[in-house]
Design a protein around this ligand. Sequence first.
Ligand code: SF4
Ligand code: MG
Length: 317
Amino acid sequence: RALTREFVLRRSWVPGSGQTLRAVDRVDLAVHKGETLGLVGESGSGKSTLGRCLTRLIETTDGAVVFDGQDVTRLGTRGLRPFRRSVQMIFQDPSSSLNPRRRVGDILSEPLAIHSIHPAREIPGRLRELMDLVGLPAAALDRFPHEFSGGQRQRIGIARALAMEPRLIVADEPVSALDVSVQAQVVNLFADLRERLSLTYLFIAHDLGVVRQVSTRVAIMYLGSVMETGGTDTIFDAPAHPYTEALLSAIPVPVADPAARRRRIILKGEIPNAANPPKGCKFVTRCPYAQDLCRAERPALRPLADGRLVACHFPPS
Ligand code: SF4
Ligand code: MG
C-alpha cells in the first residue's frame, strides 16, 4: 500500500467522428486520500466525462490517469482488475445498474463472487453487513429493486459499490434525482461512510448546496477546463474566479452572511458550444470583467496566496 495515493488526470477526449469536442480539456487534477473533492459545473462542462475517464468507463485521448503510482490508461483487462475493484462509480439513477429481475441479495453477491472477495460461506454475513452500512434492513436482500423508493434504491447502489471494498468512489450526481429531504439523508450517509471506511470521493454535482455540505475541496469546471480549485470554505466564502462568483451569486444567502456582500454577477447567455469554445479565456463571452488580454490568451491555472488555483488573468488581489 503506497503512502501517497493520488489520482491524477490529464485528459482530452475526442469522440470518433466529425468535430473535435474536448469535453475534458487538459485537466490536471489530483484526488487526495481521504478527501471529498466536489466537481462542480453546469451541464456540458465535462464533469461527467472526466469522472468516466478516470474510472476508465471511457477511454481517454491523451494523458494519464495515475492511481497508486500506475498509469491505468496503459493497463490491459488483466492489469486493470485491481483498479476496477478499488475504484467504484455511483450514478444518478441507480435503477439503470440494478437488474430489475433479480433480488437485492443476488445483485450484491454477484460482484463478491466474481472478484472472489469472500469465501462463499461468508457472503450471507457480508450482505447483511452491507445492508447495515447503508441503513437498510437485512430483509431488503429478499426483495426486488422496484419495491424500494428512489432513496432506498440509491442506498442499494451504494451497497453494491461498497461490496467491492473500494478506496475511491466516483459519484456522479448521486442525489440529484432524489427529493430534497431524502437528499440530505443520502449526503449524510456518504459522509458517514467516508469516516467509517476511510473512503475517498470524487463527488460530481451541479447543486452547490450539496457540494458545500459534502466536499472538503472543490474544483469548478467550465467548458472542459478547471477554472478554480481549492478548499471548500475558501472558495464558497470568497470565490476568486468570475465564473465561480457567478455560480455562487445564484444561490440566495442570508443578509447577515458576510459572503452576501460579495459582488453579484448574473450569468448572461448560454454556455458556448464545447466544440467551438471561445479563443482565449473560455469564460470571456459571459464575463463582466473581460478585457483584451482575455480574448487573446487563455489563462493558466495559477496559485493565489491562499493556496487555491485560479485560471483568470485578473483574479482579485
Ligand atoms: Fe473574465 Fe478575463 Fe478572468 Fe476570463 S481571464 S474570467 S474573461 S477576467
Ligand atoms: Mg453529467
